[in-house]
Design a binder for this molecule. Structure first.
Ligand code: NAP
Length: 281
């Protein structure tokens, strides 16, 4: 790691809990590669301390920081400017300091889209099914709108939460309970898991069983936001059916790279970040 000196500037990530975050490994690898005089630090921050922490960050000249669970929404009232994308999503994951105060955006959307850009899909003809309606599902929906997909379906287990999710978007989102999933799959070209089902240590769990997954058309993509394990049981099943599969590592790398680029205002070594993350996983 870069030697910390009197001139070293601070970047970091706030969350609760934060000790499992892989972002410090990825970001410090990039900073070190660039020889940039910065250090990226994990800050455990309780919800009720958010205001005090931001004042402290301002006082000691923190340049910028990432925001993770549970502060992605709670941070918004503290910001002097929020990008239209983050406004539409209702969540901020990247903040930087300006003369006007703290400004924020959301790079999860860019991260989600990045591996899809390589796929030769006709997005305007694509139906997407998103499993789960939590925080990361919001980045996925915003990403689908960016790609210009034909229809966005969201599958959840709680009708009230699903309806609130649906109403929070100005563009159309169609919501379903899980028992409706079998009716959707034969027309679906992109299936995205945003639930934690299959995440370590529950590595044998899958949100969709093989028999159901087999209903996806040839050439469909199965995208699991989970990055531990790699691959998840869902992606193993997808591969056994000859479907295209994408795991969550590239999303994590690309959202981090986009944040670092905002803070440094220069090109960042994405390959170094990817290698550091894969070594850590
Ligand atoms: P979250 O806000 O808690 O949302 C999780 C969603 O999954 C909720 O809609 C929840 O339903 C649903 N869910 C949870 N357990 C379920 C179950 N047993 N059956 C059916 N639905 C279930 O979490 P999140 O922040 O979106 O994160 C979700 C996953 O995405 C995690 O595995 C995380 O590691 C991954 N992720 C990856 C990246 C990346 O960069 N690759 C970024 C963010 C998140 P209810 O609303 O009904 O509780």
């Amino acid at each position: 790691m870069h030697e910390i000196q009197g001139t070293t500037r601070l970047l970091g990530i706030i969350g609760d809990p934060i000790k499992h975050s892989r972002s410090p490994i990825m970001q410090n690898a990039a900073l070190s590669h660039l020889g940039a005089d910065y250090v990226y630090v994990p800050f455990p921050v309780k919800q009720e301390q958010l205001g005090i922490v931001l004042e402290g960050f301002q006082a000691v000249g923190v340049v910028g920081f990432n925001v993770t669970i549970p502060h992605k929404q709670a941070i918004m009232p503290y910001l002097s400017q929020i990008s239209p994308l983050a406004q539409a999503m209702g969540a901020v994951n990247t903040v930087w300091r300006t003369e006007r105060g703290w400004e924020g955006t959301n790079t999860d959307v860019l991260g989600f889209i990045a591996p899809l850009k390589e796929e030769r899909q006709k997005w305007s003809e694509s139906q997407v099914v998103i499993l789960g309606n939590g925080g990361s599902a919001r980045a996925v929906v915003a990403g689908c709108f960016e790609l210009g997909v034909k229809q966005v379906h969201v599958v959840g287990r709680n009708l009230e939460r699903l309806q609130a999710f649906q109403q929070s978007w100005s563009d159309p989102v169609i919501v379903h309970l899980w028992h409706e999933l079998p009716e959707l799959l034969s027309e679906t070209t992109l299936l995205v898991n945003t639930t934690p089902i299959g995440m370590s240590p529950h590595v044998n769990a899958t949100p969709v069983e093989q028999e159901l997954l087999a209903q996806l058309p040839k050439g469909a993509i199965v995208y699991d936001l989970i990055y531990n394990p790699r691959p998840t049981q869902l992606l193993k099943l997808g591969r056994s059916l000859d479907l295209f599969t994408i795991d969550g590592t590239e999303m994590l790398v690309q959202q981090g790279a986009a944040a670092l680029q905002i803070w440094l205002d220069e090109p960042v070594p994405v390959g170094v970040m990817r290698r550091a993350l894969l070594d850590a996983l």
